[in-house]
Ligand binder design. Structure first.
Ligand code: ADP
Length: 478
């Protein structure tokens, strides 16, 4: 089986969020299941700078512009990776999607339509690559139009479209649609039209043979308001083709027993060593080196989605429990400012690092006792999965992938030995605080806590498990 997997980012070449983790891991896991995978990515300037060897394998004319396809291997895997080289991607520094001020690149529609067109071309024509897939798997709005284009072709592969986050839809104005010279029928039949504007994601949602999203609960949530964000009608119409497949984690990168970012590795046999990471982190980031209170961690984009509105009003009450807080993230200026101010007025008990820092992310996962993830919505979420593996018990809202992966420490689950974390339902700061109090109280019961940690660390969120689910879909009839 030949599979073309297309995404706008893939770890370790380029990463802004969870999509990169998926695109960096799933193709390799599918290759292990015997699938012949090709990964297609834009050759951003930073990607070209980081790949050591890339061979020019094709030069093509696409929608009136010349492109080059470079072949390399995704570092750390055997996955053959094609990079789309074009000045719009390759001659530009910085974030894949926006400029230094956070404003989207003005030519994003053109850039990602180019990526989509290339994916469609490889999938339907005999190109200089000498390779045509049986399955085209596209991810998020950047690559969704490829699915629409492929479905207008007489010769096409099976198509799968994965929603990693429905909040990003790729909406542009009508003039952009015209400028891109897309087939008029995609506008007229509504398949790329959304309330008078052009929607890239709809192209994938309308046409894909199979739609997946990254957790079963999120698959339900997007079929109704408000989770569907205006697309609930279309998604519930396609419910028979929509399923939720949980993301896995890269268990080599996120392994407390073999994590090169850590000063002290540990596993279920040596869980006591986790405390060494806590005191090392406390020292490194200016927290009091005390062992008598839990350390609560947060890592993520500082965006409304991640529950900042729930956290901010109660952070000082959490400190007063008493507990310590460490937060790592970048994002909206008002959240960065609010957190920075709180950290200044709570020295020694609250540390805030406003940066993107992989090493620190690993060290927080290893050091913290509790991981806070009170998201308003969460398609799958990765940090709670890393936390489980690191014995850092997640405290989450009961939404999306969080609801599917964390087992609340209620009386029944504690008695059954299945509890792995803490969950609350309403998007309400008081409920969050009460749940933190519940968790910190249990933390003082060392034996019960350790039992939960061991259960959490032994959960299987490997990519192999997820890859088999995707493989079942690829093997279905269209
Ligand atoms: P999302 O994709 O919505 O941002 P996920 O939990 O699915 O959220 O994935 C986020 C990924 O990005 C995780 O791997 C997380 O560790 C990482 N991450 C987010 N912010 C930071 C940061 N400031 N420093 C290091 N890693 C971060």
């Amino acid at each position: 089986m030949k599979l073309l997997f297309v995404a706008s980012e893939a770890f370790p070449l380029v990463k802004t969020g969870g999509l990169a983790d998926v695109a960096g891991s799933l193709p390799a896991a599918l290759a292990e299941e015997g699938v012949e995978v090709r990964l297609l990515l834009p050759a951003y300037q930073s990607v070209l700078e980081s790949v050591s060897q890339a061979e020019l394998v094709a030069e093509l004319e696409l929608a009136g512009t010349g492109i080059r396809i470079l072949q390399t291997v995704l570092p750390g895997t055997d996955v053959v990776t094609w990079l789309l080289q074009h000045s719009n991607f390759s001659d530009r520094h910085g974030n894949p999607y926006h400029d230094a001020h956070g404003d989207p690149w003005p030519d994003n529609a053109d850039r990602f339509m180019l990526l989509s067109r290339l994916a469609a071309l490889i999938s339907t024509e005999d190109t200089a690559l000498g390779w045509r897939p049986d399955v085209l798997h596209c991810n998020d709005w950047h690559t969704a139009p490829a699915i629409a284009l492929v479905h207008l072709s007489a010769r096409r592969p099976l198509t799968v479209f994965t929603i990693h986050n429905l909040a990003h839809m790729g909406i542009f104005d009508r003039d952009t649609f015209n400028r891109l010279h897309l087939p008029q029928q995609l506008w007229d039949d509504g398949s790329m039209e959304f309330y008078g504007q052009c929607s890239f994601i709809k192209g994938g949602l309308v046409f894909a043979d199979y739609i997946t999203t990254v957790s079963p609960t999120y698959a339900d949530e997007i079929c109704r308001a408000p989770g569907g964000m205006g697309l609930e009608g279309l998604l519930s119409h396609r419910r028979d083709r929509l399923s939720g497949i949980l993301n896995g984690i890269d268990s080599n990168v996120w392994d407390p027993g073999n994590d090169t970012h850590l000063e002290y590795v540990y596993d279920v046999e040596s869980l006591d060593r986790k405390a060494l990471n806590k005191s090392a982190l406390q020292a490194a980031i200016g927290l009091e080196q005390v062992a008598d209170r839990p350390l609560i961690g947060f890592i993520g984009r500082l965006a409304e989605q991640k529950g900042l509105e729930l956290m901010l009003p109660v952070l000082e009450e959490i400190l007063a429990i008493p507990a310590q807080l460490v937060l790592l993230g970048t994002g909206e200026a008002e959240y960065e400012h609010a957190l920075g101010t709180l950290a200044v007025s709570n020295p020694g008990t609250m540390a805030v690092v406003l940066a993107y820092n992989e090493t620190l992310a690993h060290r927080i996962e290893a050091a913290a006792d509790i991981f806070l993830m009170p998201s308003l919505f969460e398609p799958c979420g990765l940090n709670q999965l890393y936390s489980l593996r690191y014995g850092t018990l997640p405290l989450v809202r009961e939404v999306g992938g969080l609801a599917d992966t964390v087992v609340d420490a209620d009386a029944a689950n504690l008695a059954a030995g299945s509890a792995t974390g803490f969950m609350f339902r309403e998007p309400d700061a008081a409920e969050l605080l009460a749940t933190v109090q519940r968790a910190t109280a249990l933390w003082h019961d060392g034996a019960a806590w350790k039992r939960m940690q061991l259960t959490a660390m032994q959960q299987d969120f490997s990519w192999q498990r997820s890859a088999r689910r995707y493989l079942e879909l690829y093997r279905s009839d269209n």
